[in-house]
Design a protein. Sequence first.
Length: 150
Amino acid sequence: MDLSIGEVAQRSGLSVHALRFYEREGLFANPVRRLSSGRRVYHEEDLEWLAICTKLRASGMSLATIRRYIDLVRQGPGNEHERLELLRQHERQVEAQIGELQEALDVMRTKVRIYEDHLARGEAHQLWNPSHAAAARAGTGQECRPPEGA
């Protein structure tokens, strides 16, 4: 079934502008066909590829790497090991990102818990305030550090 750019935009969640960008950048697995009038024509497999492509982008895969992957796919059988290695390498990068994000989330959860505890006890004033810390240092000549969990 032929699909217009508007239909693909609606079904993929991408804007028409983004679809044109993907085409210009060579990010479609198959070249986008055009009618004699110049209108773009897409197919269901284009939507399937866009779903994969947008996940690759969302996971941080560079346009250059996506292009490399697509080039390998277009070459056909015989380079599956190279495709697999490209995907494995990106998988390792995503796993590293997830680890970093998990560490950041752990810090944020700790900070939220500390703020909730201080607020529940009516001790929000004890939370670290950088401007008060600077004033305390200036007045006493001592270093003022943020309290634990500030």
